[in-house]
Ligand binder design. Sequence first.
Ligand code: ADP
Ligand code: MG
Length: 390
Amino acid sequence: MSETAPTTSFEALGLSDEIVDALNERGITSPFPVQALTIPDALAGRDVCGKAQTGSGKTLAFGLPVLQRMAKAAPSRPTGLVLVPTRELANQVTEELDPAARAVGRSALAIYGGAPMEKQIERLEQGVDLVVATPGRMIDLIDRGAVSVADVAHVVVDEADRMADMGFLPQVEWILRNIDASHQTLLFSATLDGVVNTLIKRYQTDPSMHEVEGKEVTVEEMTHRFIAVHKMDKSKVAATIAKSTGRTIMFTRTKAMADRLADDLRDFGVKAAPIHGDLRQTSREKSLKDFSDGKLEALVATDVAARGIHVDDVDVVIQYDPPGDHKTYLHRAGRTARAGESGLVVTLSMWDEELEVKRLQKRIDVIQPLTEMFSNDERLNDLAAWDPFA
Ligand code: ADP
Ligand code: MG
């Protein structure tokens, strides 16, 4: 049961001038649907449950009303808490909310494992209003008495479905149970299945439920290309494509392949870095940041690592290893068509992957010839303009 959001403005939703100005400064001038639907209820102090797909603007939907309403915190006693499943998200959410937080004189801090605990404790002692944390590190800090949730009046469970997927619900519930002062609970998720519903029933009181229909990334909005390549030349083909355009994300099936491809790309003069679970947290963060800042031209990711990280303005998605199924194809491809933009999706296939790729084409209803190309092929320099049927 999804709703259509009214056309409205951030002011009309009840947000303060300070916040509206801070948004405008970033070029954020009108609310996305999930924001238009949930912000008024959250500002009214209600528990809110919001379902909307990735990239739909959920962070501001929960963050802005919390920032506007939250009290200033005493040392090591935050008044707001956002729980997120991964370290990357902790940073992304913090960065996304930081300008609005400053505008209303509140502070936000990302707290996660793998980073020095001492620094986090020091910052908390200086007084942090909004803590954006992964559940594990948060529990650690509570256990040590380094942070108290006694004053938390606003708690958010972000990406509840992924929390469940990653096995974090027991930790999330532990934290929620330990917040005993009267508080508002907001829950956001891309899907609402059985486990997430349990969370809603247990920890939300008369929540206002809002569901925005997934503006599913449709295949029509993207440009698809299928290239038949040869093993020895494959990474060079990928490099040629990456060099001819802006920011590129490449997907590989394994971590080892992500490492190898990133090495190859660098050898061919493409500034590239891998992103996968075996890499140090700091190096993953640096790569993401460098990519966002334009210092890296290509990211090479495994599907698992790519889940949930948000990277804007990706021009090309290269399916370096064909995706296991059509859902994975769309999930990978969606990186380039986020927030209404469209992009190019290139699938490379070797001779022994041809059948698999043909099957995939049928599932996504994009039937095209697999055109053989070598890395010196002129057509690789502008695949979007090239007509595979010509
Ligand atoms: P989600 O959590 O639903 O996956 P995010 O909160 O990460 O989505 O938002 C996705 C992107 O959209 C971010 O880059 C964010 O800055 C941008 N964004 C959010 N709301 C708006 C808006 N109202 N107008 C323009 N851009 C927005
Ligand atoms: Mg999000």
